[in-house]
Write a protein that binds this ligand. Structure first.
Ligand code: SF4
Ligand code: MG
Length: 276
């Protein structure tokens, strides 16, 4: 399907124009989500998109599915409740680095640990964009933010590694430059049964780029092109070379019991016991 037809099918016309700044990567990532959903062939009425608060979380309002624009950091508990009450639904969470890894950090690790069947697309623009350019747990050390005018001295999480360590069973990363890969990885994450994290490295030319002299939106995309390396090639780099790059592609995949399935088994066992 052409992009125009995809927009007609999956975007709420009444909610446009969107609020993202010119050159923002959020539209590219949201477009990739639409393409991935179409590729997998999800039923719009049986798909739920849940977001938290922030620039990227506005995506839930633009998308024509069952949607919840929830509270800051709380997309995952809301999504967990929806999935537990109606496990047949496909639940996709759109969130940002500030939303998912600071105020929502605790929810993030526990949703991953439970391996509940949610697909999380985390728009990583390395900053709190909407709330004023503060540094987030994913802002790289020595980078500037309104709350770190001399550069942050904190080390950032590698959220993909954190998700894996916490128990996620599908972890992938791409960028708003590597769009086809991003579509493929989101589609794989949707198909995967269990907690899937897709980290979408995206550009915020306004709140992050300006403060860190990253150049134009096109320069920021070129930065993504030059620093994202497919995992197989990344593994062949020396430790020193790896410091300058980051791996993209499917980073981790495994199988483990899925939470809502286990919950249903528990209910059935308890009912059988009660009937005796
Ligand atoms: Fe995009 Fe940054 Fe503008 Fe937010 S502040 S819409 S992330 S460019
Ligand atoms: Mg952000």
């Amino acid at each position: 399907m052409e992009m125009e037809q995809l927009i007609e099918k999956y975007v709420r016309p009444g909610r446009l124009p969107h609020m993202w700044c010119p050159g923002c990567g959020n539209g590219v990532v949201t477009g990739a989500i639409i393409k991935a959903i179409d590729k997998v062939g999800l039923n719009q009425d049986e798909t739920v998109v849940v977001s938290g608060i922030g620039c990227s979380s506005r995506a839930s309002g633009y998308l024509d599915f069952n949607t919840v624009h929830s509270a800051h950091g709380r997309a995952l508990p809301v999504a967990t409740g929806i999935k537990l009450s109606e496990p047949r639904l496909k639940v996709i969470v759109v969130t940002g680095d500030g939303d998912a890894t600071a105020i929502g950090g605790n929810h993030f690790i526990h949703a991953a640990r439970r391996n509940i069947d949610l697909t999380v697309v985390l728009y990583n623009n390395s900053i709190y964009g909407m709330t004023g350019g503060q540094y987030s747990p994913l802002t790289p050390a020595n980078h500037k933010a309104t709350t770190a005018p001399y550069g942050t001295i904190e080390r950032n999480f590698d959220i993909s590694e954190l998700a894996k360590a916490a128990g996620a069973t599908f972890v992938g990363r791409s960028t708003s430059f590597h769009t086809q890969l991003l579509v493929d990885i989101i589609a794989q994450g949707i198909r995967h049964e269990g907690f899937s994290l897709i980290e979408a490295v995206t550009a915020c030319p306004i709140s992050f780029g300006r403060q860190n002299k990253m150049g134009s939106p096109a320069d920021m995309m070129k930065w993504q092109r030059d620093h994202g390396v497919m995992l197989a090639a990344f593994d062949k780099l020396s430790a020193e070379q790896q410091q300058e790059k980051f791996p993209i592609g499917v980073l981790y995949q495994s199988q483990a019991p899925e939470y809502t399935k286990e919950y249903d088994k528990l209910i059935a066992a308890a009912q059988a016991k009660g009937a005796r």
